[in-house]
Design a protein around this ligand. Structure first.
Ligand SMILES: Cc1cc2nc3c(=O)[nH]c(=O)nc-3n(C[C@H](O)[C@H](O)[C@H](O)COP(=O)(O)OP(=O)(O)OC[C@H]3O[C@@H](n4cnc5c(N)ncnc54)[C@H](O)[C@@H]3O)c2cc1C
Length: 417
């Protein structure tokens, strides 16, 4: 990795700590855990003991007070060894963010400390069989009944499924209102009526369980509703604005890990009496991969720095004033991070797919084999173009924000100014 990013001493320490765990605890088991679709509980314990789950959360809730940059550094280093095992860290981040962003002070204090310590893992569940890219089609229902909502229906494709204790679940409280009828809830494992259905068998990230969640007359206390009724899709979008750089970091780590393994191989593999790294065709692939990775990393780190500069004072203000982060954001200048975070995910995930494909090619036949690590990187890379919104959806959102910006820049008063 290029040394042009001016990380602070603490960020370097966090990055190094994550890389040590990746080398010592993840690398030796990644193949077998992928093969057996086994969840890495021992690695989770090591990450918790090293305080990694706390690096990006506020001190008020047991965090270390860092931000997105610290989170991204950890995810990238873990994913350099294994994108699937790294998800035990990253998917919990996706589950904790809506609580941090849309939860009230009581909910933040109730749920975040156990997630910051790694004692519990979180998960995020918006997808359904008939509501993927289009979350307005949510069919799972939540009906108010006194002090509870009664949830019925199923959610699909939930990362950290079954291993997490704390689930942020989206259900419709008023189907006739479509997008404005969806509401977010925190549902704890063990709540009667909440069970786990099908476990998916996947192409990649196989060390992370992807489950269906089933709700049958599941009574969730009103105090577990995040923000107001009908604000579920705002909750999801605000979360994605802050979480997509995490997927980008996973993709970047996968790309870097694949290139590291490939570089080691091509220097010692000889054909036609010379190392294959001496062929210009191979050198151009290496150069393209390294350049692509560094371009994506520059975008990701720059965005994470900018987002932290903006968001960390917002978190502090919300905590100091006993307010909800989303309200503090709304009361501010209205800045949204939708475009920048989508660009990070788009760029890094396309880079991961490009680089891992090139790496398999550079390694030749061995690159295609299960007992050589490069094919796994390629399988793991693919999901980063799909989840938290496919890359088609990222492009839609980037374009929508560009058009919005253009419209506001060409308002008569803006032109006059
Ligand atoms: C391994 C795995 C883990 C996951 N983890 C989670 C999780 O933890 N929590 C969770 O809630 N979900 C999770 N998901 C779900 C994931 O976010 C969705 O699969 C994804 O958003 C796409 O939805 P879909 O699969 O229904 O595809 P669809 O929406 O059916 O899309 C199919 C194709 O149509 C394209 N398309 C759809 N609409 C448009 C449009 N408007 N413009 C252009 N193209 C479009 C898509 O880009 C895609 O190519 C996970 C999925 C997988 C595979």
């Amino acid at each position: 990795m290029s040394d042009i990013y001016e990380l602070t001493e603490q960020q370097k320490e966090i990055q190094d700590l994550a890389w040590q765990i990746a080398l010592r605890d993840i690398k030796p088991i990644r193949e077998s855990f992928d093969e057996q679709e086994k969840f890495p509980w021992d690695v989770v314990k090591k990450m918790a003991a090293a305080d990694l789950y706390s690096v990006y959360l506020p001190e008020a809730y047991g965090g270390m007070g860092g931000g997105l940059k610290e989170q991204v550094l950890v995810i990238e280093q873990l994913s350099r060894a294994c994108g699937g095992i790294a998800l035990a860290f990253a998917a919990s981040g996706l589950g904790v963010l809506p609580i941090l962003l849309l939860g009230n002070p009581e909910q933040r204090a109730r749920f975040i400390p156990d997630l910051a310590s790694g004692k519990k893992l979180a998960a995020f569940s918006i997808t359904e069989a008939n509501a993927g890219s289009d979350a307005t089609a949510t069919e799972c229902t939540a009906k108010l009944d006194g002090e509870h909502y009664i949830l019925n229906g199923s959610k699909t494709f939930v990362s950290n499924g079954e291993v997490a204790e704390t689930y942020v679940v989206f259900a419709t409280t008023n189907r006739s209102r479509g997008a404005r009828g969806v509401t977010a809830f925190v549902v704890e494992k063990g709540t009667p009526g909440f069970g786990f259905g099908k476990k998916e068998h996947k192409m990649g990230i196989r060390a992370n369980p992807t489950y269906q969640l089933d709700f049958t007359n599941c009574r969730v206390p009103v105090k577990n509703r995040l923000y107001k009724e009908g604000y579920g899709l705002f909750t999801a979008q605000t979360t994605f604005d802050c979480s997509r750089p995490g997927v980008a970091a996973q993709a970047l780590g996968i790309a870097q890990g694949a290139l590291d393994e490939t570089m080691a191989y091509i220097r010692q593999r000889r054909q036609f009496g010379q190392p294959i790294s001496s062929f210009q065709a191979i050198q151009h692939m290496m150069a393209n991969c390294a350049t692509q990775i560094e371009m994506s990393r520059a975008l990701l780190y720059t965005t994470a720095n900018a987002m932290d500069k903006y968001m960390l004072p917002v978190y502090k203000k919300a905590i100091d004033q006993n307010a909800i982060v989303y309200d503090v954001l709304q009361a501010g200048d209205g800045k949204r991070w939708t475009k920048e975070s989508a660009m990070c995910k788009l760029s890094c995930s396309d880079t991961a797919m490009f680089v891992t494909n090139e790496c398999v090619q550079m390694c030749g036949g061995i690159g295609y084999m299960r007992d050589f690590p490069v094919e796994k990187y390629m399988r793991d890379a693919k999901i980063t173009q799909i989840y938290e919104g496919t890359n088609q959806i990222q492009r839609n959102e980037i374009a929508a924000m560009m058009i919005k910006e253009l419209a506001s820049a060409t308002k008569p008063e803006a032109v006059a100014a």
